[in-house]
Design a protein around this ligand. Structure first.
Ligand code: DOR
Length: 408
């Protein structure tokens, strides 16, 4: 007898199948074609399909002295609403997470307030000793200043002191001074430098939000196997033309040309990870030039909408938003398979809805896709076998736990 049985369509190893998933003690216990008995049963409806919860490796949750922008509570509720069950917390907070005591405070804050499971990040910029002392789930470095203003003067040295995979924001600080609008060259040169460092240091590296054709080409042509990378929904679904009409779309790296965006799409099958880079700011801060786009509650819907338009396969979505990020960052208990945490989402592939930021849980009450009709919606989210979001309502509690990571 299972604790919970889910009956309906799901996707397994690339194929859509109809059957039963048995869940015990919060973990996936079996997949079956034949009926399973359970204390509880969830039956999927027509047009619904079950997918693994998303593992989002790039999320800015603010809190600390920036509760007006986002809190761990509001941000992790937004994650569950958008089908994301694990968030990677970015450390460019105020104060930044660069020392043991702040890291300890962050861990405590998440333990009390997080509705989703989480990985904790640590910022490295000239603080090697502290970085070595802390067992973070991943490390972060900025090669050029972004929100928070902290960046690495010596990227190679900072990279060398990460205990686990280093996520890098690749924009060159010297070129930013020369070209404040951050044209493609700013990213391309930083990616080249990061790849060069990766080849000599031979340590796991993850290049964040690749946005340019040139940057992506260098990675595809020359990156060693220990280098992973991501693209974001805003760099896939918006271009610099949108930015010209709307200064709310300021983001680092900036939105790019149609040619760059097309290049990302043409090479989608070689892009391992899609991550939201959810970067919430207040409306006032956006008016004053803050960079960043909120994305937790639109990411999956945009991808499902693209799927409905024939642009991306469902299995590709699953790989890039769940399986690959879990694997790359060494998150043993996440992904989709027997023995994994039952972090699952039920999506309706055909439901049409209109993006209304006022209905979102994030405190960033705006979205580049406001007013856009999207086809595809998350109806239910389960975290370790418990329903935590249903029909837009968060029904879970702040019971998120830290991931079980191995060296990734
Ligand atoms: O536009 C951005 N906003 N890019 C980043 O790298 C950071 C982010 C933020 O934290 O606001």
């Amino acid at each position: 007898m299972e604790d919970l049985v889910i009956q309906g369509r799901f996707i397994l190893n690339g194929k859509v199948v109809t059957g039963y998933i048995g869940i015990c003690d919060g973990k996936i216990e079996r997949f079956s074609k034949a009926p399973l008995r359970g204390e509880d049963i969830i039956k999927l409806k027509h047009h619904e399909i079950l997918l693994p919860g998303m593992v989002d490796v790039h999320v800015h949750l603010r809190d600390f002295s920036q509760k007006g922008k986002e809190t761990v509570e509001s941000g992790t509720k937004a994650a569950l609403h958008g089908g994301i069950t694990t968030v990677f917390d970015m450390p460019n907070t105020d104060p930044p997470i660069m020392d043991r005591e702040t890291f300890r405070r962050r861990a405590e804050l998440f333990r009390r307030k997080s509705y989703a499971d989480y990985a904790l990040g640590f910022l490295i910029a000239g603080n090697c000793r502290e970085a070595r002392e802390v067992e973070a789930d991943f490390y972060k470095s900025f090669m050029g200043a972004s929100t928070g203003g902290i960046y690495s003067r010596n990227f190679e040295e900072d990279y060398s002191c990460a205990n686990r995979r280093l996520s890098v924001h690749a924009e060159d600080y010297k070129l930013i001074q020369e070209f404040p609008e951050r044209p493609a060259i700013v990213e391309e040169m930083a990616i080249k430098r990061a790849l060069h460092a990766a080849k000599s240091l031979k340590k796991p590296l993850h290049i964040c939000h690749v946005s340019t054709a040139g940057g992506l080409r260098s990675i595809l042509d020359t990156a060693p196997p220990w280098v992973s990378f991501e693209v974001t929904p805003h760099h896939l679904f918006l271009t610099e033309k949108d930015y010209r009409g709307n200064r709310f779309l300021r983001v680092y790296p900036p939105l790019r040309s149609r040619e760059d965006v097309d290049f990302l799409w043409r090479n989608l099958d070689r892009i391992p990870v899609i991550a939201s880079d959810h970067a919430p700011h207040t409306l006032e801060d956006k008016e004053n030039g803050a960079a960043g786009i909120p994305g937790l509650e639109t990411e999956l819907a945009l991808l499902l909408d693209a799927h409905n338009r024939g642009l991306i396969g469902l299995w590709e979505i699953v790989e890039k938003t769940s399986l690959n990020p879990a694997e790359i960052f060494g998150v043993r208990n996440k992904g989709f398979g027997i023995g994994k945490d039952a972090d699952l989402i039920v999506v309706n592939l055909k439901e049409e809805w209109v993006v209304k930021p006022e209905d979102f849980y994030t405190k960033a009450k705006w979205s580049p896709w406001e007013g856009r009709k999207l086809k595809g919606k998350v109806r239910m989210t389960l975290l370790r076998g418990k329903v935590v979001m249903e029909e837009d309502e968060i029904v879970g509690k702040p019971e998120g736990v830290r991931i079980n990571a191995q060296k990734g």
